[in-house]
Design a binder for this molecule. Sequence first.
Ligand SMILES: *[C@@H]1O[C@H](CO)[C@@H](O)[C@H](O)[C@H]1NC(C)=O
Ligand SMILES: *[C@@H]1O[C@H](CO)[C@@H](O)[C@H](O)[C@H]1NC(C)=O
Ligand SMILES: *[C@H]1O[C@@H](CO)[C@H](O)[C@@H](O)[C@@H]1NC(C)=O
Length: 684
Amino acid sequence: MPAVLAALVPVLLALLARGGSAAAAGAATEFVFAGFPRENLTASGAAVVTSSGLLRLTNETNEVLGHGFYPAPLRFKDASTGAPLSFSTTFVVAILPRYPDAHGHGLAFALAPSATVLGAMAGKNLGLFNTWNHLGDGRSEVVAVELDTAMDEEFSDVNDNHVGVDVNSLKSNCSKPAGYVDAGTGKLTDLNLVSGDLLQVWIEYDGAGTRLEVTVSPAGVPRPAVPLVSCTVNLSPVVADGTYVGFSAANGAASSSHYVLGWSFRLGGGRAPDLDLSKLPRAPSSRPKKTMHQQLLLALILFAVVALLVVSAGITLFVVWRRRFAEVEEDWEIEYGPHRISYKDLHAATRGFRDVIGVGGFGTVYHGVLPRSGAEVAVKKVAHGSRQGLREFVSEIASMSRLRHRNLVQLFGYCRRRGELILVYDYMVNGSLDKHLFDADKPALSWERRAKIVRDVAAGLLYLHEGWEQVVVHRDIKASNVLLDADMNGKLSDFGLARLYDHGSDSQTTRVIGTFGYLAPEMFKTGKATPSADVFAFGAFLLEVACGRRPIESLSNNNADPAGLVDNVLECWKGGRIRDARDPRIGKCDEDDLEVVLKLGLLCSHPDPQCRPSMRQVVQILEGAAPAPVTPPEDLGSSGRIFGYYEGFDEFANMFPTTTETATITTQPPSSRSSDEHQQLISG
Ligand SMILES: *[C@@H]1O[C@H](CO)[C@@H](O)[C@H](O)[C@H]1NC(C)=O
Ligand SMILES: *[C@@H]1O[C@H](CO)[C@@H](O)[C@H](O)[C@H]1NC(C)=O
Ligand SMILES: *[C@H]1O[C@@H](CO)[C@H](O)[C@@H](O)[C@@H]1NC(C)=O
């Protein structure tokens, strides 16, 4: 037994020595690279070792070559016989063409007398030969196994996808179209060298038998048993003793990226160690590529589509924007510039016309906050169909906005759109007076409040009639047109609006505008608005405030008894108990003042304009500077008034037989409803 053991020891030692180091074994040289350390490869030309350890021989640049050689020369010849030693090698490559139908010339495993192969050229010379310096005409000591991806008839290439053995010449000693024997089917299968997929190559050279065998296959499949190319070549006269081994690749008029991922080599007999594919660096990405033409076309189409989209989106946005904020402005409006407010600003101020605070016969009113000043405003949208008279109207608006009185709601300005006028006023927190008078859910207004408001309105109206360079007739005095600010000061609103409708109508006729019950009888005869007609309406307004009743309570039919409030109060006065006509909700108050207001209301309601006081006189009476009438005015009897009223109405109707366009009268709704919700009555 000990003898057997003793006999085994040298064998074990020999095995250990062999496994430990190739150099220690003497003749054999062996190395394995799964990815390349930079210092273990001499890269030249366009070649680089990437940070992940890939050897990239060329990138996608035309007319370049790249070399990557083991840095030290190897002793290729047997020291005793001088014959080249056997060698074995395997490596994994990837060729990524820039375009599938236009790619570089290919990649080769090479034995060369120098690591840089000085003087070699790119393109068809594969970076190993040239045509001007005999490099490749038999004297260059270069042996190559090429994966040739270009067809050169000059070198009798079989196709543009072949594997060949080149000995000192590009004319291959042997070559075959790339392929491998599939282990499963046993059939020779075509292999596309420029697919971008990983390929594995095995090369065996038997020095004694002078046979060179080349096997290729897709990386990852078992090594095919049968080599693709098997060639008898005597390398003795070709290979120098100190020979460099490595790789070369070249591009010509088209290009590929040529990569080597791992390499195992053994010189001096025996097979090169297998490569562990899982240890190789990540394969370069082989994104599917379109041909140059397809790519160009695709890029062009994409560009066109994107450009079209961008342009049409831009135009749409622009059109929408323009539409949304479109205004109408004409040259003659320039002089009113400062009073014009842009629709965009109004749109922003009213949050897109959302907060409706009132709907009336003239249009809808919105609450808004002006962005710059932060001022609260009421924005009134008035439908305006006709262009006629617009110039006058706008000029009027512009001058109205110059009217300034603490008892007038300030008009800031206007904006004009097609078919629409927008007026911007001061916002009045407490809304319109009629709500406070008639809404059951609002607390009753004290007489002090009412008396103050009545005097405010009188002052505002006096200013309109006399306080300004032109006489301004309001034409629609009534409780719903009196607005109350935060301190319950009364302010007259909507002056001039009635005239707007005038201008909007046929210029041949005149429309009578106002609210039924407030219209002075002579209006129906002349159709003319006068300060005196305003006084008549103011009289109705005074009675309305003092009595808490509308001038005409009900309009259930057109011939309803219009002898409402005036007759009532007049009756009380004649009976010597005028104070009984007051609103019972008022309670205790300054009865003398109440009486003055009631009497003044009747005085103003006189059917004969000559008998009515002027606004100046009205204000004087209210201030106590002039006496109120002591006895009921003559001719103020019910019959006279009603006669006047009907006479005027009939005559008016006769004057304008087709009256649908000529008369617009706003009626008061039944007493409990908000008077903002006027119904427009076309009378005829
Ligand atoms: C790689 O290079 C390093 C440093 O020059 C050297 O020590 C090592 O032996 C080389 N590896 C191979 C396999 O040649
Ligand atoms: C390819 O390599 C060349 C030479 O190294 C370099 O000048 C060029 O910029 C590279 N081109 C690309 C696309 O990487
Ligand atoms: C390839 O092999 C070498 C060495 O054996 C010969 O010298 C060449 O002539 C031969 N070339 C071809 C085209 O067969």
